[in-house]
Each structure stands twice: as structure tokens, then as C-alpha cells.
Design a protein around this ligand. Structure first.
Ligand code: GTP
Ligand code: MG
Length: 443
């Protein structure tokens, strides 16, 4: 399960709950914890995050007031975003960029991506091959440069990386210079010395550590090691497209105090984006920004409302019955809602209708005449009508009968509801508090 679908599922606990109360909040947080830990986010970081979410989400006034649901969703969204980092705005100006990182982290590929990004903004770009370790590093970067339409600098056979940097700097005239350095299988003294020597000569404006999302929470240690060596200005996390540990890597970098500058989302040169934590989390949750997320929460809340007006009407019809079932499905177990109103339990099997069964009910109901849909008594013990409906909908007569039995159970319950004098008031209260306001005609 990837981070996005996991978080979306966790959030569904909130958006789909009949009532957002302390328990719902705690359950949502638990689910978020599970998702993050399985995405290799550090356990103690997860626990800190949970505490922050809990503290803010359970703020009494906000939770109980109008829009309690929106309040909690907003808190979750904001805290997750802060947890993953900040927003990076690349400066489109003359600059020198030093790329560093371990073997295979994506340095050379990223050099091409950055080159392309600056080229697109109208800046001239040069790339410098200072990787004297990897066989054919020279040719690889040369090809990458060509594809990005950037100037290539390098010196085949030269073993001194700092010397290559020095010579390139002496002749390069481009606005943006990107230096691709050599990796190692792990951070060691040799790499440390080499990077320091390059940094001394190159004097970079940006020193960007390139890491692979797959290393997850190990990113923290790497960021610290490289930061100690050369003083990082940022981290680029590559392969976000193929890793379930991107969340772990992002949060670990944020915790190390370093800043995530870019994320790589594919092998092509266009697959790079300046990192924006809010946008990133929004996308994970399936929304471009907080506003549209809020809009969706409101929409679900108003969709799942019980049609109070219909409930108060004299006659309970098959159409209302079907709407009710659909609402119950969206809202999750309806049982709790009815219980809160002091009404008898809705038969469990009715609440737990499967999608397939609901579809079948829909087909059956479509085969009824408008008169039948409005007056179920026409169907009572009327064999020929039942047969006709079964034939028309392709359902078995038992299935039509089952629908009617369920309908009658609900009808009976509704009768009891209407006798309950406090019902209307309780209903209004619940709608306002639990469904975030958005209910027209509830006043
Ligand atoms: N899916 C995906 N693949 C990527 C991404 N970035 C890099 N890669 C791939 O990762 C592999 C290694 O990338 P390189 O750019 O050669 O890595 P490097 O850090 O230069 O490696 P060394 O020079 O050996 O230290 C290549 O196959 C790239 O295509 C990314 O964002 N997504
Ligand atoms: Mg390379």
C-alpha cells in the first residue's frame, strides 16, 4: 500500500464517520500512524506528529462547533505538510550548483533534469563532470547534457576532481553551472576529502545532496553526514515515483534540519519538481490544495445527511428507503446514528448492504411504476406485480421480496421515529454538530 492510498483511507475514517468525536479522531490518528510507519517513517517522529495532531484536533471548541469535521481534516493536512517539509522556490538566476550523493542515487540524471529546468527558463547552462570514479561517467553526463541542450565540461582521464572543477570554472560562461560529483557505496573519508576539495574550488551557491527515496529514514543520517562535510543547502529525493518510502525519506530530511529542495518523479528530464510540502500532501490525499479538500469534506458531509424533510413526511416510500440506504452506505454504520437518537437499531443486514446488493435494489426499484415507488402497499401480497418487477429487473422474486421485507422493517422504524417528540430537535443538533453545518433546511 502506498502512502497516498493509505492516507486517503485514514482520512476516510473522518469524512465517512457519522459523527466526528474524540474516538473518531483517535482512530484516524492510529490509522495514520500505521500508514506512516509502514512507509518507513521513524517511529518517534510518528509519535510526535500524532501528539501534535491530537492536541490540535481535539481542541474542544473547534471540534464541537459547526464544522468539527473540517477542523480535524484541516489539522491533519497542515500537520502532515509541516511534517514533510517546506516549500522550495528555485531562484532563476546565475548560480553554481554542486550535486553530491552515494552511488546510484540519481546525481547524473538529476544534473540533466536541473539543466533542462533552467534552460526552459531561458538561462544558459553548463554541466561539469567531476565524477572520476564511475566508468564512462564522462560519456554519460555528456549525453545527458546534449539532451538538455547544456554545455558540457570535463576532462577525460583526469583523476583530480577539484582540478577539473577549477579548469571548467576558468572557461565557463554559462549562467548556471551544475557539477556532477562521484558517489561511493557509503560515506567515507575519501569521499569527505574529495567533496571538501571540490567545494573549496567551486564555491557553490547550492550544495544539494541527492538521495534515493528508497533509503527511507536512513536519509536523516545521510543528510547529517554530507552536511557536516560540505554544508548542504538542500536535498533532492529521487525515485519518488517507485518507492513506498518517500514519506520516510521526506520526514527524515525535515527532521535532520535540512531542506528538501526537489523531488525526482521519473527517469525523464522533465520528471523533477521543486518540492512543496503542502502541494505534495494535498496530492497524496487526492486534492490539489486545502480549499478543494475542504470543499470535498463539505460535499461528502452534505451528501451523507439524512433527508430530514423526507423523514418527517407522512408516508415512507420505497424511493426514500433507497435514498436512505445509499446515505447509510456513505456514512458508514448508520446504527450509531439511530442509537444516538434514542431509536431502535436498524437491522444490521440493512446497514451492511454490499455495493452489489444496492445496485440490484436500484435495478428492482427502477422496474417499479412511479405509483408503486410512492405507495408500497400496492405491492403487498400482490403476486403479479412482484413477478412483473422481477422479470423486468432480471432479479429473482425472492430478491424483490427481500427488498420489500427490508423496506417494511425500515418503515416500521420510521413510524416509531416520528412518534419520538425529541427527534426533530436531536436531529437538528446532530446535523449541525456532526456534519459540519452544510445542511440546508435544518433550521
Ligand atoms: N524512476 C526513477 N528513476 C530515476 C530517478 N532518478 C534517477 N533514476 C534512475 O536511477 C539510476 C541511477 O541514476 P544516476 O543518475 O546514474 O545515479 P548517480 O547518482 O549518478 O549514480 P553514480 O554516478 O553511479 O554514483 C538510473 O537508472 C536513473 O534512470 C527518478 O526520479 N525516478
Ligand atoms: Mg553519476
Amino acid at each position: 500500500m502506498d502512502l497516498g492510498s493509505g492516507l486517503r483511507r485514514a482520512l476516510k475514517k473522518l469524512t465517512g464517520a457519522a459523527l466526528v468525536d474524540e474516538r473518531t479522531v483517535r482512530e484516524t490518528i492510529k490509522e495514520i500512524q500505521r500508514v506512516l510507519i509502514s512507509g518507513d517513517v521513524n517511529v518517534s517522529l510518528v509519535s510526535e506528529l500524532s501528539k501534535r495532531i491530537e492536541k490540535r484536533a481535539l481542541d474542544d471548541r473547534a471540534l464541537k462547533g459547526i464544522g468539527g469535521r473540517e477542523h480535524v481534516v484541516k489539522v491533519v493536512y497542515e500537520e502532515l505538510a509541516a511534517f514533510m517539509g517546506e516549500k522550495h522556490e528555485p531562484k532563476m538566476q546565475k548560480q553554481k550548483i554542486l550535486l553530491l550523493g552515494l552511488f546510484g542515487s540519481g546525481k547524473t540524471t538529476t544534473a540533466g533534469k536541473l539543466a533542462r529546468m533552467f534552460k526552459k527558463k531561458g538561462l544558459s547552462v553548463g554541466v561539469i563532470c567531476c565524477d572520476t570514479m564511475r566508468p564512462a561517467a564522462y560519456e554519460q553526463l555528456q549525453q545527458v547534457a546534449e539532451r538538455a541542450d547544456a554545455h558540457f565540461y570535463g576532462k577525460k582521464g583526469e583523476k583530480d576532481a577539484a582540478k577539473i572543477a577549477h579548469e571548467a570554472l576558468a572557461v565557463a560562461k554559462e549562467d548556471v553551472l551544475i557539477l556532477d560529483s562521484a558517489g561511493r557505496s557509503a560515506f567515507d573519508n575519501e569521499l569527505n576529502d574529495e567533496l571538501r576539495a571540490i567545494a573549496k574550488v567551486f564555491v557553490a551557491d547550492e550544495k544539494l545532496l541527492v538521495i534515493n527515496a528508497d533509503i527511507g529514514q536512513v536519509a536523516k543520517r545521510q543528510a547529517e553526514e554530507f552536511n557536516k562535510a560540505v554544508g548542504l543547502t538542500g536535498v533532492i529525493i529521487t525515485k519518488m515515483d517507485g518507492s513506498g518510502k518517500g514519506g520516510g525519506a521526506l520526514s527524515a530530511v525535515a527532521a535532520s534540519g535540512a531542506k528538501v529542495s526537489y523531488i525526482g518523479t521519473g527517469e525523464k528530464q522533465d520528471d523533477l519538481e521543486p518540492f512543496d510540502a503542502k502541494k505534495f500532501v494535498g496530492r497524496l490525499l487526492g486534492f490539489p490544495d486545502l480549499e478543494s479538500l475542504m470543499a470535498k469534506v463539505k460535499e461528502v458531509a452534505s451528501e451523507t445527511k439524512i433527508d430530514e424533510k423526507a423523514l418527517m413526511e407522512e408516508k415512507f416510500t420505497i424511493k426514500m428507503f433507497y435514498d436512505q440506504l445509499k446515505a447509510a452506505k456513505k456514512m458508514g454504520p448508520l446504527k450509531g446514528v439511530f442509537q444516538m437518537l434514542g431509536a431502535p437499531d436498524v437491522p444490521k443486514e440493512m446497514v451492511e448492504q454490499s455495493e452489489g446488493k444496492l445496485k440490484m435494489y436500484e435495478t428492482i426499484i427502477n422496474s417499479m411504476t412511479p405509483a408503486e415507488r410512492n405507495d408500497a402497499s400496492l405491492l403487498k401480497k400482490n403476486h403479479s406485480r412482484l413477478e412483473r418487477i422481477a422479470k423486468g429487473s432480471g432479479a429473482k422474486p425472492e430478491q424483490v421480496r427481500e427488498l420489500l421485507t427490508n423496506f417494511e422493517k425500515m418503515e416500521k422504524m420510521m413510524g416509531q421515529f416520528k412518534k419520538n417528540r425529541g427527534f426533530r430537535r436531536q436531529m437538528e443538533k446532530m446535523m449541525k454538530g456532526g456534519f459540519g453545518g452544510g445542511m440546508p433546511g435544518a433550521g
